[in-house]
Design a protein around this ligand. Structure first.
Ligand SMILES: [Zn+2]
Length: 199
């Protein structure tokens, strides 16, 4: 079969998520519970109601990752790198690594000891600023991870089995519709059998 002979499916495997108002809720495709979420194809030829919870089930559908989602993931990666770097700085500037010079070396001149104390003071300032920087990154990372967890995807790919089922169902509906139209056009109605069926 060459390309031109291939039949195009009536709709692609790309479903957009829409919400309807609660009074318009209908039963879910999978569990039949009422839901307000609808998955609908770009050309609106196929749609069905679905609970949000099933959208997390990868055997049912996978979210199509958007540019916004990619950006969010990149931001998180950057923050994780920063967290490591600043965390290292916090360790490097920890108080137990300084103060040794002036507190233990009794032979040192007073002015040198003062200088050491001054050095330690500035080290302390660095340590504190790295610590607050670390806290800031941690908070930022928590927020971004939360955003990622609750990210609202706009469209989904159905698993191939589900998609095939949707295509088959569509084909069946189309066939039934054409059949009914043909019956109505031809004025053909099957008669109800009047005789008893012998056993
Ligand atoms: Zn459901």
């Amino acid at each position: 079969m060459n390309k031109s002979q291939q039949i195009q499916p009536p709709f692609q495997n790309k479903y957009n998520l829409r919400s309807v108002s609660s009074q318009d809720s209908k039963s879910c495709l999978i569990c039949y519970k009422p839901t307000t979420e609808v998955l609908i194809t770009d050309n609106h030829l196929d749609f069905f109601y679905i609970c949000k919870s099933h959208l997390y089930d990868e055997s049912f559908a996978k979210p199509i990752e958007s540019k916004e989602y990619e950006e969010l993931k990149n931001e998180i990666t950057k923050l994780e790198i920063q967290l490591k770097e600043v965390g290292k700085k916090v360790e490097e500037t920890k108080p137990y690594l300084w103060g040794i010079n002036w507190s233990k070396d009794k032979k040192k001149k007073e002015e040198d000891k003062d200088k050491d104390k001054e050095d330690d003071k500035s080290k302390n300032n660095n340590h504190e600023s790295y610590k607050s920087k670390l806290k800031e990154i941690e908070n930022n990372l928590t927020t971004k991870n939360e955003e990622l967890k609750n990210f609202k995807f706009k469209s989904y790919n159905l698993s191939s089995t589900i998609y095939k089922n949707r295509l088959m169902l569509n084909q069946k509906k189309k066939y039934n519709k054409e059949r009914i139209e043909k019956i109505q056009k031809d004025g053909f109605f099957p008669t109800v059998p009047t005789h008893e069926i012998s056993k």
